[in-house]
Design a protein around this ligand. Structure first.
Ligand code: ADP
Ligand code: ZN
Ligand code: ZN
Length: 671
């Protein structure tokens, strides 16, 4: 009698292991079956899993193994390189493999039934913009890329706003299509608009373009994902989750706006799609292009400091692509001399007025929505606090509500002070709604349009707003960072930053990097067409080096200064970090867990790893949970990884109160 065959299966369960099953007598699976989805009994239920291996034997006695269920051969098996990608993701971010594999499948493929494979709906092309003749710089960039030939090469394309990076991507995709390869183009969530999809579709009509993002309906997402797997889709345009699309003939990866924080998933599996993209390109031995006007300092260091060690090759587009279009002139308004009234200096008011006279648009940038960040009573000192978070309730005057921006709690605007009854409550500080009101008062003849997450709650509303701006239905825009990205508004010639100073001295050492990127992006909205643009910054610190670099449009100078500071302080990219976070109804419980974590036997075994003290997080309470964090750091990525692999099983063995939750984040961006 021959021994039964063993099948090893990945399942979506929070355990760091795979599961063995017995293959029914008379059925024989082969290596070609690896990568199919499979139904298996689990506990008292049936689950869907992925067949990952046909091992010679099992660690468990045969009698304990349950019988493997039906293998779903409705789609081609998941390809080998998809396995390597998910395995790397699981190992690097220390998440169980089965969770990575199953939770990155579209919902339709996690059902116990086979999928009905229907053809994907193609993205409708925009009115054709025939391919323009390349500028000299674009041509040089493409030549450099072609020069290195096939195989793994990582390029950092540093191109100022409007320099024609997208055109470079399109030419690379064209090449890949001609070579019979699939392309993956990743963009930040907010940049994935019908305009961009239409632009790509128009260039490659009928080439099989599909999109993948979180706002697609489940059916469409399954359909598009399946088209990627079958090879029907030749171009996949998507947000971070698209990094997990199986692409058997992948030949090119592009990550646009590679510095954008939305490439990092902030819950569940906390992966960086940008970093996974580089891994994926290396193991597939293909090229990857990371593009940005303000690259992340990690990528910048790879392309400048470490370039000699075979990291990234730096490519530059220093001028705008459209003939005659120049970068905006940047001017600092010293608010110690020109004191703002209601947030607006006379220089900025004058500049807006001039635009109104000329029939051009202005954009005022203020990265805080709502009317005012807090409501307070001068009589008794009451302030509008969220009772669930260590934060203020923000005053939203448009719908007369108080709102917590951290947990979503809402309340009616009180008629008087809830504590002493005083009728005269005051709004402190300034948000977009207040700025909008002030502008309407100053310029009664102007049409003021506010663009923030309250005005654009859905993708549809957002697109409607963009269309209104395009058609010239607004004279003055008041916007948060939503408006900073990716949009060309030909009549927009003035951008003003209302109060950017706070980020200069924020406790988060990444704040200046984010501020610089934001200001550079928002400045880039001005003067995209033939009209020159102007960018005004209201500041009390006009001499600050960050602003000095902005005036010169000098990202390299800013990056060099920041990298020197980081090197001295031992911050990334000169150190590698992981953050353990815990939350519980009581801070004492959260911190006590972190202290136990700090006392695990693994700690101390790896000499190259240092520990900070467990501390409350900056937002110490959110949604009624108190939150603490423990930062772990090492100059060597490998040492940190080795340590984490030893540490996690020990963390999982710590007994915790029932309402305590914890997670580990590798390469954390937010502190
Ligand atoms: P980026 O992605 O660098 O911000 P885009 O690719 O969106 O820049 O290009 C900015 C503008 O320049 C677009 O309107 C685009 O159509 C135009 N453009 C790009 N390349 C060229 C070119 N070679 N000749 C003329 N116009 C171009
Ligand atoms: Zn009061
Ligand atoms: Zn709250």
């Amino acid at each position: 009698m021959s021994l039964p065959q063993i099948a090893r299966v990945a399942l979506d369960v929070p355990l760091r292991r795979l599961f063995d099953y017995r293959v029914a007598d008379g059925e024989l699976l082969s290596a070609g079956d690896i990568g199919y989805r499979v139904r298996v009994p689990f506990g008292r239920h049936e689950k869907i899993g992925i067949l990952v291996e046909l091992p010679a034997g099992s660690d468990l006695p045969l009698a304990q193994l349950k019988l493997l269920g039906e293998l779903l051969r409705d789609l081609p098996p998941l390809p080998a390189d998809w396995f390597r990608l998910t395995e790397f993701c699981a190992a690097y971010y220390h998440v169980p493999l089965g969770q990575v594999m199953l939770s990155t499948l579209p919902v339709g493929l996690r059902a116990l039934k086979p999928v009905k494979a229907r053809a994907p709906r193609q993205v409708p092309p925009a009115a054709a913009v025939a391919a323009p003749e390349l500028t000299g710089e674009q041509q040089a960039v493409l030549t450099s890329i072609a020069e290195l030939g096939a195989g793994f090469h990582a390029y950092l394309l540093h191109g100022v706003t409007g320099s024609g990076k997208t055109e470079v991507y399109l030419r690379l995709i064209e090449r890949a299509l001609a070579d019979g390869q699939q392309s993956l183009l990743l963009v930040p969530e907010i940049n994935l608009t019908p305009q961009l999809e239409g632009r790509v579709a128009a260039r490659f009509p009928g080439a099989g373009l599909v999109s993948l993002h979180s706002e697609l309906g489940e059916a469409a997402r399954s359909r598009n994902w399946c088209a990627a797997l079958t090879g029907e889709a030749r171009i996949v345009l998507g947000t971070r989750l698209a990094i997990f699309a199986p692409l058997p003939e992948l030949g090119l990866i592009v990550v646009d706006e590679e510095h954008d924080a939305s490439f990092k998933q902030q819950d569940g599996i906390r992966y960086s799609a940008r970093d996974l993209a580089v891994f994926r390109a290396r193991q597939r031995d293909i090229k990857i292009v990371l593009g940005s006007a303000t690259p992340s300092l990690e990528s910048w260091a790879n392309a400048t400091v470490d370039a000699g060690r075979g990291r990234y090759r730096l490519l530059t587009l220093s001028e705008r692509a459209v003939e005659g279009a120049r970068l905006p002139s940047v001017r600092r308004i010293d608010t110690r001399l020109d004191k703002p009234q209601d947030g607006l200096s006379s220089a900025l008011l004058g500049a807006v007025e001039e635009r109104l006279r000329r029939g051009e648009q202005s954009l005022l940038f203020l990265n805080r929505r709502g009317y005012a960040p807090v409501l307070a009573c001068a009589a008794c000192g009451w302030t509008s606090n969220c009772h669930r978070c260590a934060a203020n309730l923000v005053l939203h005057l448009v719908d007369r509500r108080l709102r917590c921006h951290h947990c979503g709690f809402e309340a009616h605007l009180p008629k008087g002070c809830p504590s002493c009854g005083n009728q005269d409550l005051s709004a402190f500080g300034r948000g977009t709604q207040r700025l909008e009101a002030v502008l309407a008062e100053h310029f009664p003849q102007a049409r003021v349009l506010r663009v923030d997450r309250d005005a654009a709650r859905s993708r549809k509303q957002w697109e409607a707003l963009v269309a209104r701006i395009h058609s010239g239905e607004a004279d003055i825009l008041v916007g948060t960072q939503m408006l900073a990205k990716g949009h060309d508004f030909p009549k927009l010639t003035l951008v003003g930053a209302i109060s950017p100073d706070a980020a200069l001295f924020a406790a988060d050492w990444r704040a200046p990097e984010r501020l610089f990127a934001q200001l550079m992006q928002v400045a880039g909205r001005a003067g995209r067409a033939a009209r020159a643009g102007e960018f005004l910054i209201q500041t009390q610190f006009p001499e600050h080096p960050l602003y000095a670099a902005l005036v010169q449009h000098d990202f390299p100078a800013f990056a060099a200064e920041q990298l020197a500071e980081r090197q001295q302080a031992g911050f990334p990219p000169y150190a590698h970090q992981a953050m353990l976070r815990a939350e519980a109804p009581l801070m004492a419980d959260a911190l006590s867990f972190l202290k136990s974590a700090r006392a695990c036997p693994a700690v101390g075994a790896e000499q190259a790893v240092t520990f900070y003290d467990p501390v409350p997080m900056r937002l110490a309470r959110r949604a009624s949970f108190e939150r603490g964090q423990l930062l772990v750091e090492s100059p060597a990525r490998r040492a940190l990884q080795r340590f984490l692999a030893d540490w996690l099983p020990q963390l999982e063995a710590i007994k915790v109160p029932s309402r305590l939750r914890w997670h580990l984040e590798v390469d954390p961006l937010e502190f």
